[in-house]
Design a protein around this ligand. Sequence first.
Ligand code: NDP
Length: 595
Amino acid sequence: MLSEDLGFDPDELRARYRAERDRRIRPDGSAQYRDVTGEFGFYADDPHADPHFNREALHDEVDVVVIGGGLGGLLAAARLRQAGVGSIRVVEKGGDFGGTWYWNRYPGLHCDIESYVYMPLLDELGHVPAWKYAPGEDIRRHARAVGEHFDLYRDACFQTAVTGLSWDEDAARWIVSTDRGDRMRARYVVMSNGTLDRPKLPGIPGIDTFRGHTFHTSRWDYGYTGGDANGNLSGLADKRVALIGTGATAIQVVPHLGRDAQQLYVFQRTPSTVDYRANRPTDDEWAASLRPGWQRERMENFLGIVSGDETDEDLVADAWTGSARLLRKMTAGQDRGSLTPEERERAEELLDFRKMNQIRARVDEIVQDPETAELLKPWYRYACKRPTFSDEYLQTFNRPNVTLVDTADHGGVERVTENAIVVGDREYEVDCIIFATGFQVAMSDMITGRLPVHGRGGTHLLQHWSRGPRTLHGFYCNGFPNLFTMGAVQNAASVNFAHVLDEQASHIAAVVAEAGKRGARWVEPSEEAVDAWVSALGENAEELHRFYLECTPGYYNNEGKPHPRRGFAKGATAFHALLRDWRRNGMDDVMVMPG
Ligand code: NDP
């Protein structure tokens, strides 16, 4: 197709994307960030838990220890309970269930996926959320309700971090050690210890010299700002506030800071894509019409659409599904399977250009100052960064007390002094710095080695994985019996991660139930099964690698230096079908019977 027919020039856009990427790539890559330990440890402290909490150490035995009380851990425990497992102990660092929804309580916090498909176990609890996109507070309350409903509080250990796992071969039990001196024994361990739990700070020179107030968005300090998750931050009325970062968190926080702070400076390195939101209260009549099974049907429909499946029905009908359906429109009338990979890539790229043109046009429609509008336009492919949705963020830059400071040409904020932030030749004096700089993504304690796992013969899991993870379907590995991992390693992820976690939880529960029925001594895949799965994951790795190489830097592509990814390329719905099929035909392969 010629550029005149398209209304834009693909070559020009391609070149602009590349130039914008290049000016953001930093030679230090991921090393630009610093860990929140030592003198920076206060950024990760728990402001919600009782600092004087104490309890006796536990030296007992349970059927299952679940590490992590976020949505993944809760789902695993709930599905195991439904499968008839007796004693389930969730061990959680925070003071309650909720995971990311426990830590994050910043003003404006909402889930950006529709609540009816995101909030788990709605059918089971007979609950319909009050909003299409739920406030974080409602999700945290729901997490607690799941804990109550499945009687998980009785055995849970909060404010407790697991410090080691080791397999006792003779007893066929895991020994679980914690930072409270526990030494519990468990037949099974499920690891669901998070992808977004450790806050990340940029290593900005002088950051430790700042004398004003400072905190990370995931540890919001309402004692300083006043107000609550609904806003009304009265403590900021006479404060000059700096917000660093413009990712999915900042998009939700900025409207509140803009409304309530005397002066707000937003320090941006890369603008997010900001699509429309259109949140609305739940329609009572619709809620009353729902019949058992409604949530499963809706979740499957959403996952199918965002995974690119062919379907005419769009139950969620929002900006997520709208973008995904646009692609099908472009190739409508063609059998997508008959396109060559190059033709498909080209069609997808054109769609992407069109989508991003819409996103950029929206900035011009909303932001009055043309210079600010220009800075707020994202120049990269839609899937390079987490898309965001807001009907208030861009509008905030029309306020006279809000200033956008672009830092792209300086690799980010350059320097912090005792009372100011420095970018280029300007110094911005502020009373408070808030870091919306994200998390150490997918760096669970197991992956970093903070939680050592010793399997059969004392083998360390990270040693076993020294040339990359080795699992069957992402769940279990040879030499580490009765250990299940949840998350995004070697399986299929999707934007509705709660749904993905539910499928994983149901799968684990089905395997544990079957092992119980058969009296299996343990569950463990053969090395051959693992080999076969790891090789199968290589498919399409090249194509994905090329895509991320062209992306603007961020955590999706290891700050512009993408690792070759080996994930399940056919998408989440195909992966779930594969698991269902495996449960019917493949279980024998992992069950080790008493002999
Ligand atoms: P992100 O990692 O997405 O964003 C961090 C921001 O900090 C980026 O804008 C980054 O810029 C900026 N930054 C980092 N270092 C510097 C620096 N030195 N100077 C200036 N800016 C800097 O974190 P978020 O907390 O926004 O989001 C994390 C993830 O959490 C999301 O991707 C999403 O998956 C999830 N989330 C989900 C929500 C939901 O509703 N489901 C809501 C909020 C978050 P740059 O892009 O240039 O690196």
